[in-house]
Design a binder for this molecule. Structure first.
Ligand SMILES: [Ca+2]
Length: 293
């Protein structure tokens, strides 16, 4: 399902209407001011027009899905709009697992998400040192525990004066799909992902495959990505709003599959988990920046 954008109010119609009414009231064209003219001159009417104009300008300036900014360490973050989507996979999807029960999810707060996985160069600036079994500035960081990923977000938050955190599992799948409902957010997995069939057994520089519709690279494959949630084998049966997983658990959610995954493990709906302390050469991280400071 496509994310819906709020309809833009069009104050131009209101303004034109009001201007006509004001003109009538001030031109002296008629000796009998109409009720419409009196209404248009009322301070409350002026206030309404100003509010509508402000709303219009705000909507025009609001970031659009995929619009990216760059923070002080060169990390690009794309706007992900609020919206609703079908999380999980339909019964007939090839490679599907039982834990992917299809259910409606509403994401009420827009946010920004890293356009790429966190690179080793970015990690070095924030946390110091190199982290990765494979070495390269533009390779995604891996070999990090869940706590390492969280600590990175906390350090980056202090550096930037903004709230950075891991995505929830729902936010991750919503952003991965970018309005699509199929197995992958792209025509062919090979177009958008480094995975078992094409990776030559290693990570690759980020953003060297095609992005999804919201400008996000490597949501499928390269390194799998830590999410904030504890892993729960069963999704909620009903529709949910801003789900954040169970309050406790034994493992954390990992999403997207990696350079070592088969095709089915890189599907948009595919779920994985890992004990939080594990440091593996196929798990990295991508961060959320909250829009509210
Ligand atoms: Ca990835």
């Amino acid at each position: 399902m496509k994310a819906s954008r709020p309809a833009k109010p069009d104050p131009r119609g209101w303004h034109a209407h009001g201007a006509v009414a004001v003109g009538m009231a001030s031109s002296g064209a008629t000796s009998m001011p109409t009720q419409k003219a009196a209404w248009a001159c009322h301070p409350a009417a002026v206030a309404v027009l100003l509010i509508l104009a402000w709303t219009f300008l705000q909507a025009a300036d609001a970031p659009k899905p995929g619009d990216a900014i760059t923070n002080s360490i060169g990390m690009k973050l794309a706007c992900v709009p609020a919206g609703e989507f079908a999380m999980g996979s339909p019964a007939g999807e090839k490679g599907r697992e039982e834990e992917e029960a299809l259910h409606r999810v509403k994401i009420t707060r827009p946010f920004r998400l890293g356009v790429t996985e966190v690179t080793q160069a970015q990690w070095k600036v924030v946390s110091g040192g190199r982290r990765g079994k494979f070495e390269g500035e533009n390779l995604p960081v891996e070999d990090i525990s869940w706590a390492d990923a969280v600590a990175f977000c906390e350090k980056l938050s202090k550096m930037e004066g903004r709230k950075y955190r891991l995505p929830t599992e729902a936010e991750w799948e919503y952003a991965c799909r970018a309005g699509t409902a199929g197995r992958f957010a792209g025509d062919k997995l090979d177009d958008v992902a480094w995975y078992d069939a094409n990776s030559d057994g290693r990570t690759h520089p980020v953003a060297t495959k095609k992005p999804n519709a919201w400008g996000l690279y490597d949501m499928h494959g390269n390194v799998a990505e830590w999410c904030a949630d504890y892993y729960a084998p069963a999704y909620p049966a009903a529709s949910v709003t801003d789900p954040a997983g169970p309050p406790e658990g034994k493992a954390r959610v990992v999403r997207g599959g990696s350079w070592a995954s088969f095709e089915r493990g890189c599907r948009s709906a595919s779920r994985h988990s890992s004990p939080a302390a594990y440091q593996l050469k196929f798990i990295g991280v991508r961060v959320v920046m909250e829009l509210a400071p």
